[in-house]
Design a protein around this ligand. Structure first.
Ligand code: CAA
Length: 378
């Protein structure tokens, strides 16, 4: 089957970006949301991003218009999916919202259409069973910003037809991205299994060590070679996304995450990060903005606990054969922009020191118990 028409459901941070890169690869794209104001905002963001890319000579001025015009914003669901070969669902990370969307979608979509969910944490098999055709259902998990991040996790559910996995992996390659197969449908898949718990850990570090967020973030950026600090990245991703991912992950597997109450507090106060002007940090508006981090601030903090938590979850993924170590390194590099592989950092910091730190933290819960793969590295 040749995919030509893509419909993206949900025009938020991920939806508008996925629509944009699909449009940039020559697909005819429909971007669907439930209110005009959401679509207007999304199309504004698409314009901003295309103009940024043209400023950097990655695309021409004529392409800005061409790609923009390849996207049709639509509110009516039936109209949105009438010609679709592939529907990419990127609605909020809430099981009940997704359940309602798939119920409505099943009524109006034709039988050949492939459903791909951009869920960041919900089990694909569980979602696929909500639909009329689980064999044509798959997870395609993009990373924020989809326009720049090269990774897409591809997650087949237990009923997904292997031909669909193949077709979607080729679609992802056609977008200029790298598909990495998540071999088991585990909560958080690969990258979020590492990333989401780190947000909570960064807040625990602040409590335990009584240092500022900028100091922790600077250490993460300059000592762990992340492109952004953890608090900065959480604000950039959206506190609502972090909160909902946390809920979905911890309700399915208590050991995967140690939730810190601060995330729920921010979420309840609608301090959703950069998009609302306030999250962990304060922002001037809802536009792309960076936090002032420095090597000087980094020198005041030892981020061993943060590295330990990342390594421990990475070790769990490898020891449970969700992915290989090579795929893990690629996923973190392409999905989160990590400039140094985690296990290289482990050698630099000292595996024994990291394990000792995790053991010290075990008083706070089994979450910190060092994984056998990590222990075997000593
Ligand atoms: N489209 C086009 N250009 C964009 C853009 C977009 N969407 N977003 C940012 N840019 C531009 C910036 O405006 C900037 O342009 P200028 O040079 O003109 O200022 C340029 O890209 C580079 O940005 P920065 O100077 O801020 O530098 P950077 O080198 O740090 O790159 C980044 C930015 C790619 C976002 C990088 O910081 C990064 O990789 N951050 C980590 C992102 C990450 O971890 N994402 C995954 C989050 S988890 C997730 O998404 C999954 C989930 O389910 C929760």
């Amino acid at each position: 089957m040749v995919l030509k028409n893509i419909t993206v459901l949900g025009s938020g941070i991920m939806g508008h970006g996925i629509a944009q890169i699909s449009a940039m690869s020559g697909y005819r794209v429909v971007l669907r949301d439930i209110e005009k104001q959401f679509l207007d905002k999304a199309m504004e963001k698409v314009k901003w991003s295309l103009q940024k890319l043209s400023e950097k000579n990655k695309i021409t001025n004529a392409q800005v218009d061409e790609y923009y015009n390849n996207i049709t914003p639509v509110i009516d669901l039936k109209e949105a999916v009438k010609d679709a070969d592939l529907v990419i669902e990127a609605v909020p990370e809430d099981y009940n919202i997704k359940k309602n969307v798939y119920r409505d979608l099943d009524i109006v979509s034709n039988n050949n259409v492939i459903y791909a969910s951009n869920t960041s944490t919900l089990p694909i098999t569980e979602l696929s069973k909500l639909t009329k055709n689980p064999s044509k259902f798959i997870g395609v998990h993009f990373f924020n910003p989809p326009q720049l991040m090269k990774l897409v996790e591809v997650i087949p559910g237990s009923d997904t037809d292997p031909s669909i996995t193949n077709e979607i992996s080729n679609f992802v390659k056609g977008l200029g991205k790298t598909p990495i197969l998540c071999k088991k449908d585990v909560v958080g898949f690969i990258v979020n299994r590492v990333f989401i718990p780190l947000v909570h850990e960064a807040v625990y570090c602040q409590d335990r060590d009584n240092v500022t967020m900028q100091i922790i973030d600077s250490a993460v950026k300059y000592k762990l070679a992340f492109p952004m600090g953890i608090f900065e990245l959480a604000d950039y991703t959206g506190i609502d996304v972090i909160y909902k991912a946390t809920q979905e992950m911890s309700s399915r597997d208590k050991k995967v995450i140690l939730p810190h109450p601060k995330i729920k507090e921010l979420y309840d106060r609608k301090q959703l990060g950069q998009k609302s002007g306030q999250g962990f940090y304060q922002y001037k508006g809802d536009k792309y903005e960076r936090i002032d981090l420095s090597e000087e601030k980094a020198s005041k903090y030892d981020p061993t606990a943060i590295l330990g938590v990342a390594l421990n979850n990475a070790s769990w993924l490898i020891s449970n054969e969700v992915c290989t170590k090579e795929d893990l390194d690629n996923a973190l590099n392409l999905g989160m922009g990590l400039k140094t592989n985690l296990f290289e950092l482990a050698n630099k910091f000292g595996v024994q020191k990291i394990v000792n730190e995790l053991k010290k933290l075990e008083i706070y819960g089994e979450f910190y118990h060092p994984n056998e793969y990590l222990l075997a590295l000593k």
